[in-house]
Design a protein around this ligand. Structure first.
Ligand code: ZN
Length: 509
């Protein structure tokens, strides 16, 4: 109420903003550490303030304007709002955070929050599918508890989440305004921050009184089936946007859950905020849940074994048009896998099929062993992949053909038979053909290129590769591991579930 009175008297609102953002893959043996954030994105105070202006670059080498820039635009347009930079940290998807890394992030945010002085509100960009080694509760719940304690009870909190968030009451209950991305792959980071900011400011000025309702659905689908502009999700997102056309409905969110954490309450959810009408919020949430549930039987894309895919590539007429892409669906680095799967190389080492294949493999130990080997040397090496990943060891005899230091750390190229193995110090993501050219390889010359990502790479290979085969190889993003999770309730499609209502309450805990 004091913020409202101050507004009437003309004092500007003070709203802090920050981010703790990470998507965890519990099946990766690599813990995420402080250095992973510092290398990717970690800004505080003045630096964060500069990065989140329209002239600034918020997420370097990824997205110039993201949630926090969008939030500050909403504040600028609303007028009479002072925004206060706290801290912002993001690392690429990987294994769970170490406990010390999480403590460092949380301490940093709290320190900045206390240094900021009294705030009327706070906007935080979170992911919603974090995991911390040894922590039994959702990390977002721990973040919000600390933040609420530092802010005091009267300030309002807005949070935006990735649409792969796994909602829990610890994340939902302390938050006044919750919004989610609406695109997959995600490009709408800035518009999401804008929507969060706009609704938070309206709530602080007493123009809206957000009340929320949310439902959790016993369903977990695999990756690669939930593109927002392709059926069936296109219709679902359109439905959510139509719900928001009702002026009483402030937000209608869909969360499709990142399936690779070990949270026992894993499941899709919907979340609806209305302007003061709780009954309407529940009614709209149920309608949205029904709409989401109606598309649960989406057909999974056809996946092949490694041998099947390489055999098909050998005989395929598509090779004449350009390299055939093998999407290593069980080792998706963009979804937190480490990229150290050796099974494709194992198959090629047995029989290279005359294919000029380009294969990236994460193996920091091999990079360290061979870094000083002269270029052109004939070597017999053992490729083991990511330490602790249980990928098969593959003996290779070939030539060390090139070395380079890239975005993926120290990188070596071995030429073996007709194929090329690019071994990296950090998880490889050959989304752009420059990954190969840094090692003297031209993507256009390949018969087969192995990708560690479902979709983004297609933007950069649109005129190079016209045939894409999904491969399963038993890694950290394998559907088998998703299905073997000890879920709290029967979960579609692993189990037969008649109606989402049968388990919705148990799933919310
Ligand atoms: Zn996501």
């Amino acid at each position: 109420m004091s913020a409202l009175l101050d507004f009437v008297r003309g004092r500007p609102l003070r709203i802090g903003y920050g981010r703790i953002f990470h998507e965890a893959n519990a099946h990766s043996p690599l813990l995420t550490e402080r250095e992973d954030f510092e290398r990717m994105h970690h800004l505080e105070g003045k630096e964060l303030e500069r990065a989140t202006t329209l002239r600034g670059v918020e997420l370097k080498s990824f997205m110039p304007h993201a949630e926090l820039t969008g939030f500050r635009q909403a504040a600028r347009l609303a007028g009479g709002v002072d925004t206060v930079a706290l801290s912002s940290s993001l690392a690429v998807p990987n294994g769970p955070l170490s406990a010390s890394c999480f403590a460092w992030l949380l301490d940093g945010l709290e320190r900045n929050l206390r240094a900021a002085g009294p705030l009327d509100g706070l906007y935080l960009a979170l992911h919603g599918s974090m995991q911390v080694d040894g922590l039994q509760e959702p990390p977002e719940a721990a973040i919000l508890r600390r933040v609420r304690a530092a802010l005091g009870p009267s300030a309002k909190i807005a949070v935006s989440c990735d649409l792969h968030a796994n909602l829990s009451s610890g994340l939902v209950d302390p938050v006044d305004v919750l919004v989610a991305y609406r695109t997959n792959p995600h490009w709408d980071l800035a518009p999401t921050g804008f929507r969060a900011g706009q609704r938070l400011i309206r709530a602080l000025r007493g123009r809206q009184a957000p009340v929320h309702a949310w439902r959790k659905l016993p369903m977990v689908l695999g990756g690669g089936t939930t593109i927002d502009f392709v059926a069936p999700m296109r219709g679902v997102f359109r439905f959510a946007k139509e719900l928001e056309r009702d002026p009483r409905v402030l937000t209608a969110n869909i969360f499709m859950v990142h399936p690779y954490t070990t949270a026992a309450d894993l499941g899709w959810s919907v979340h609806v905020t209305t302007d003061g009408d709780e009954r309407l919020a529940w009614e709209v949430a149920d309608r949205l849940a029904d709409r989401v549930w109606s598309v649960r039987n989406v057909e999974m894309p056809r996946s092949r074994s490694v041998d099947e895919a390489l055999d098909e590539a050998r005989g395929s007429a598509w090779r004449r048009l350009g390299p055939i892409t093998l999407v290593d669906g069980d080792d998706i680095v963009g979804a937190g896998a480490p990229g150290g799967n050796t099974r494709i190389v194992e198959s090629l080492a047995r029989d290279d099929r005359g294919l000029r294949a380009f294969v990236p493999v994460h193996d920091p130990a091999l990079v360290a062993e061979e870094w000083d080997t002269p270029i052109g040397a004939r070597r017999r090496v053992v490729l083991r992949g990511t330490p602790g990943y249980a990928a098969p060891a593959v003996e290779l005899e070939g030539t060390l053909a090139a070395r380079s230091t890239t975005d993926f750390g120290r990188t070596l190229r071995f030429d073996v038979g007709s194929f090329h193995v690019v071994v990296t110090d950090r998880s490889p993501l050959p989304i752009h053909p420059s990954f190969w050219s840094a090692l003297g390889l031209a993507a256009r010359d390949a018969d087969v290129i192995v990708q560690k990502n479902f979709f983004h790479y297609r933007l950069f290979y649109a005129t190079t590769s016209f045939r894409h085969l999904l491969v399963h190889s038993d890694g950290a993003t394998s559907l088998r591991r998703v299905r073997e999770q000890p879920y709290r309730v029967p979960t579609h499609p692993r189990d037969v579930v008649r109606d989402w209502r049968d388990h919705a309450e148990a799933l919310r805990g």
